[in-house]
Write a protein that binds this ligand. Structure first.
Ligand code: AKG
Length: 297
């Protein structure tokens, strides 16, 4: 997707003008928007109706993996137009492995998903952010740093964390400031996106993005984020890995389309996964329980 061969690839695939525009924008800016049409908008309304009961519990920040119970969330996460575009853009078959539903802006610090989920070969991951309602400027819209996906991937080790098993607090103390320094030095411009209901915003794995401040406290910002991987890769959690020395916390990601999982592969062969990852995947598959993250008081 980010290769200089993109034009040739798109021509060879016989891509239509919408696909060419989507793939080119994603490659150049690191973020591109797609309209999911009337069917998509109807699914957005259904997804809100299905997930509102989770938020009604009060003080809920996000609902992780609502797709396990909510049909419309699952259908949006596996929306054929999105998967077809991504398959063309990346030249590999994408699969959704995680969903996050939000009712309000997240005000999340700017980060790249390559610190949370990554792959080998690198960058075969992306985020798909679907507006479940029209997004207003005061609602804490999605913000991003245009072109930052082209910067080198920042790892924990690159952020100066030298312990073999980085701790979660290293993210706040080292990773986030190091990324800010790098982005500041790059001079790349920040922007926000204000999608309408039923528009999907796709970001490349290494694009720096976060949630802008909420300036209208009464606003909602209903959205669905789907994290996608691509077939035939090794999937790992970078925060607890050291890719430079070949040490990976290997993941066994869910496959939202099948309800099962997608086994990691390296050099064309299945790799082993840690027992804990297999146990988690089995629990997810058989208990089918979304995870509700409560906001701290
Ligand atoms: O929705 C947002 O404000 C940010 C979401 C995000 O950063 C993510 O899911 O990776």
């Amino acid at each position: 997707m980010e290769s200089s061969q993109l034009d040739v690839h798109l021509q060879r695939m016989g891509a239509d003008p919408e696909t060419v525009a989507f793939c080119t924008t994603l490659a150049e800016r690191g973020l591109a928007t797609l309209d999911l049409g009337e069917e998509g908008r109807a699914l957005c309304d259904q997804a809100v109706a299905e997930t509102d009961p989770y938020f009604a519990q009060g003080h809920v920040g996000r609902v992780q993996d609502a797709w396990l119970r909510c049909k419309a969330v699952r259908r949006l996460a596996t929306y054929p137009k999105v998967t077809a575009m991504l398959a063309t853009a990346y030249g590999r078959q994408p699969f959704a492995f995680q969903t996050l539903n939000f009712q309000h802006g997240t005000q999340q610090a700017v980060h790249s998903d390559t610190i949370h989920f990554h792959s080998e070969p690198e960058r075969f991951m992306c985020g798909v952010w679907i507006a479940l309602e029209d997004i207003a400027p005061g609602a804490g819209p999605l913000e991003y740093v245009e072109g930052s996906h082209k910067l080198p991937v920042l790892t924990m080790q690159g952020a100066g964390v030298n312990r073999p098993e980085p701790e979660p607090q290293d993210y706040v103390q080292h990773y986030l400031p190091a990324l800010q320094n790098r982005l500041g030095a790059s001079g790349l411009p920040s922007a926000t996106v204000l999608p309408k209901k039923g528009q999907a915003v796709v970001w490349a794995a290494n694009l720096a993005h976060g949630g802008a401040p909420i300036t209208d406290p009464a606003s909602t910002r209903r959205s669905l984020v789907t994290h996608m991987y691509f077939r035939d890769c090794l999937y790992y959690t970078p925060m607890t890995s050291d890719p430079g020395s070949g040490r990976f916390s290997v993941r066994l990601p869910a496959n939202v389309a099948t309800g099962g999982w997608c086994w990691p592969r390296r050099y064309g062969r299945r790799t082993s996964v840690p027992a804990a990852a297999l146990v988690d995947a089995l629990k997810r598959r058989f208990l089918r329980r979304p995870y509700v993250h409560h906001l701290s008081a």
